[in-house]
Design a protein around this ligand. Structure first.
Ligand SMILES: *Cc1c(COP(=O)(O)O)cnc(C)c1O
Length: 368
């Protein structure tokens, strides 16, 4: 048996006729850039997330860049974020000449620890980017409270958490600005790169709409320099079709996570050597199902040898990459330990039950 980590065919295959019909509509009207499908998808997403504004953009990375540009991030500013996230979260800070200031994570959730955030604030701090890691919401009430007290802007990196919830709201729609990614393996996925910015504030949203098109909506006058951050019409047409299924897909991911937890419990493998994620958090959308094992490399080799797709996100915390200066090994021990122990198992919505059982059995056999 072979179980892949992702299987995009099992999701896009059954939607092929609908997707081709949508693509054909775009090819017929030929408004490939900023066609009406963009506005339609934007309002569907604003409704779905409970956001005032939704702005379709070219990728999750560009969504973050745009959000920071609209918050006037400049050289010399410090922007605080998690040491344990995808590179793009900190890359965009660096690209604007600002300094990414890393903080450590809560080892139970992999999310930025609010206590660490407070310690990292200096007079140069301008904003914070909490990341909803693996599809679980960061502790937003605490983060927003600290940010407000220190007058920091908050941009949520909800790239991995489209549709995730907590009592305060939907991921990406809780702070001033939230950024989503529709990269092909994310929970809501395009047929290529695409992303979105959500915003509460009218003026900020207006500015981001302008910056999305070089700085001027109509090419007439440029009072500031933006970029080309537009989403293709074709991607919006496809995403509108897939959005209708997102709740169902996220529920399937949660169900798969619960099944794994049951299998591991019954298999008697949960110990210091192996810790599955908790599934108690109802709003978790399990972009990744991430287990922890001190013998991670041996476990991964065993799984791959036996046909189980699995991968490490991320094998090195951001503060240890040579492009970000000023940090060293030992600075953020929880992030470093996580990078050494995490392993993602298949959890995609279409994962057949017998495949899930095979993955669980193969894991259990390693520890037996
Ligand atoms: C995927 C991802 C991004 C970037 O999104 P792209 O659409 O690939 O540019 C940013 N942050 C996190 C946490 C991500 O997982």
């Amino acid at each position: 048996m072979r179980v892949p980590l992702y299987d995009l065919k099992s999701q896009n295959g059954p939607l092929k006729a609908q997707i081709l019909a949508a693509v054909e509509r775009v090819i017929t009207h030929q408004r490939f850039v900023m066609g009406e499908e963009i506005g339609a998808f934007e309002s569907e997403m604003a409704d779905y997330c409970g956001a005032e504004h939704a702005i379709a953009v070219s990728s999750g990375t560009d969504a973050l860049l745009l959000a920071l540009m609209a918050n006037d991030v400049r050289p010399g500013d410090e922007i605080i974020t998690s040491a344990f996230t995808f590179f793009a979260t900190a890359g965009v800070i660096h690209r604007l000449g600002a300094k990414p200031v890393f903080v450590d994570i809560d080892p139970d959730t992999f999310n930025l620890a609010p206590r660490r955030l407070e310690e990292a604030i200096t007079p140069k701090s301008k904003g914070v980017i909490p990341v909803h890691m693996y599809g679980r919401c960061a502790p937003m009430p605490e983060i927003l409270e600290i940010a407000e007290r220190h007058r920091l802007f908050v941009v949520e990196d909800a790239a991995q958490a489209v549709g995730a919830r907590m009592s305060l709201g939907v991921a990406g729609a809780m702070a001033d600005v939230g950024c989503l990614s529709f990269y092909p393996t994310k929970n809501l996925s395009a047929l290529g790169d695409a992303g979105m910015v959500l915003a509460k504030n009218d003026a900020l949203a207006e500015r981001m709409r302008k910056l999305r098109i070089h700085g001027s909506p109509d090419n007439s006058e440029y009072d500031e320099v933006g970029g080309n951050f537009r989403m293709d019409t074709m991607q919006a047409a496809v995403l509108s079709i897939k959005l209708k299924r997102l709740e169902e897909w996220n529920a399937k991911r949660r169900q798969n996570a619960r099944k794994y937890a049951e299998r591991f419990e019954v298999g008697g493998v949960i110990s210091e050597r192996f810790r599955p994620p908790s599934y108690s958090d109802e709003g978790h959308v399990f972009h990744q199902y991430v287990v922890r094992a001190p013998e991670r490399d041996a476990l991964q080799e065993h799984l791959l040898r036996n046909g189980v797709g699995c991968a490490v996100y991320y094998s090195s915390p951001l503060h240890l990459h040579p492009c970000f200066d000023g940090y060293q090994q030992g600075d953020f021990s929880e992030s470093e330990t996580a990078a050494a122990q995490v392993l993602s198992l298949p959890v995609y919505p279409e994962l057949p039950d017998e495949d899930l059982d095979f993955v669980a059995d193969t894991v259990i056999r390693f520890f037996a």
